[in-house]
Design a protein around this ligand. Structure first.
Ligand SMILES: [Zn+2]
Length: 59
């Protein structure tokens, strides 16, 4: 089990098994986040509030 933390405020959001992908809204700050749990890694990204079309960004 791995714990996902809010990318905005650090609140613990959820836990899950490898292979899990979830979208979750932080109950503390309202941040929408996408959590992807892999075997030995975990990715958390902020989710943009507008989701009608894909957003491609280059850093
Ligand atoms: Zn938060």
């Amino acid at each position: 089990m791995k714990y996902a933390m809010c990318p905005n405020c650090g609140r613990r959001l959820c836990k899950g098994e490898p292979g899990t992908k979830v979208e979750i809204e932080c109950p503390k700050c309202g941040e929408n986040a996408v959590v992807v749990i892999e075997d030995n890694d975990m990715h958390i990204h902020k989710k943009p509030p507008l989701t009608d079309k894909p957003i491609h960004q280059h850093a």
